[in-house]
Ligand binder design. Structure first.
Ligand code: NAD
Length: 295
């Protein structure tokens, strides 16, 4: 079975890693050749971590890496695919453009999945000639570690497509959860309002960054506070999901907090840009609150 992964960012490299480790051949596609090299380095580093933990052998690392080929041209990258998983930037117009391209170039019968966090699968499917074979396959970050795959059924997705994706998710050692296609699905419909409320609490001066995260970690047994999690997901990703919820439901409760809007506009995107609610310094694992939020 040939898998094509479109987009080699945080999620794309993790998805390629998991499929390749389970002996699938993966074509990893990105418009940015540097990003492809970076993705291969990240996968190699993450495989080394598994070796250090004793859960993977050197031979398995070599075979995993040899299962991944990189490509900058989408049409070439999907031409032999049985399943394409799109994990490009969370932008509706971009995803619609990519799905038109994939639909044109992928073989008949190939399933087209999106890892989108919030964009309508029904809308994506509608720009293809195979809406019955379009589905959401929402992996969680970091993909090699997180067990959940939220399987999103678009309005026109066929039962056969759903069954194949559920079986495949299980084959990867993941736990699939079937949900219907409404804004934010389940994961982000519940998570993002919580993150937005944490940002509002900071914005309104109810408490500081550390206090908000500590209350949620120690009080609710969350492994990570909502502000740290937002930094980890990417503040631009959180912003765009909140906008999808806001537009989709037309309810002001989903409007992104003005502080989040400012941070994203100014390029403070969290871990990937080096600063969000916390500051990220290469080689330093300590959690350092950004000086903008220090008392
Ligand atoms: P990212 O910004 O890290 O990576 C996106 C990649 O897409 C980049 O490498 C970019 O070069 C590439 N890209 C852009 N246009 C492209 C095109 N036309 N063809 C091929 N590649 C293209 O983003 P990410 O965090 O990996 O998110 C990817 C998707 O996964 C989004 O839909 C996001 O909502 C979803 N997602 C993200 C998370 C998370 O925690 N970050 C979790 C679950 C799902």
């Amino acid at each position: 079975m040939n898998i094509s992964v479109i987009g080699a960012g945080a999620m794309g490299n993790g998805i390629a890693h998991v499929f390749a480790q389970n002996n699938f051949l993966v074509a990893l596609v990105d418009v940015n050749a540097d990003q492809l090299q970076k993705a291969l380095q990240t996968i190699s580093k993450n495989l080394d971590r598994q070796i250090a933990k004793g859960t993977l052998t050197e031979e398995q690392k070599t075979s995993t890496l040899s299962n991944i080929k990189i490509e900058t041209d989408i049409a070439i990258g999907v031409k032999n695919a049985t399943l394409v998983i799109e994990a490009a930037t969370e932008n509706t117009d971009l995803k619609l453009k990519i799905f038109r391209q994939i639909d044109e170039a992928a073989p008949d019968g190939c399933i087209l999945a999106s890892n989108t966090s919030s964009i309508s699968i029904t809308k994506i499917a509608a720009v293809t000639k195979r809406p019955q074979s379009v589905i959401g396959m929402h992996f969680m970050n970091p993909v090699p570690i997180m067990k959940l795959v939220e399987v999103i059924n678009g309005y026109a997705t066929s039962k056969e497509t759903i069954e194949k994706i559920i079986a495949l998710s299980k084959q990867l050692g993941k736990i699939p959860c079937e949900v219907n296609d409404y804004p934010g699905f389940i994961a982000n419909r519940i998570l993002m309002p919580m993150i937005n409320e944490a940002i509002y609490s900071l914005y309104e001066g109810v408490a500081g960054v550390e206090e908000i995260d500590t209350v949620m970690k120690l009080g609710m047994a969350h492994p990570m506070g909502p502000l740290q999690l937002a930094d980890f997901i990417g503040l631009d990703v959180c912003f765009s999901i909140l906008n999808v919820l806001h537009d989709g439901f037309g309810n002001p409760k989903y409007a992104p907090c003005p502080l989040l809007t400012n941070m994203v506009t100014a390029g403070f995107l969290g871990a990937k840009s080096g600063e969000g609610f916390y500051k990220y310094i290469a080689g330093n694992k300590d959690l350092i609150v950004s000086e903008r939020f220090r008392k």
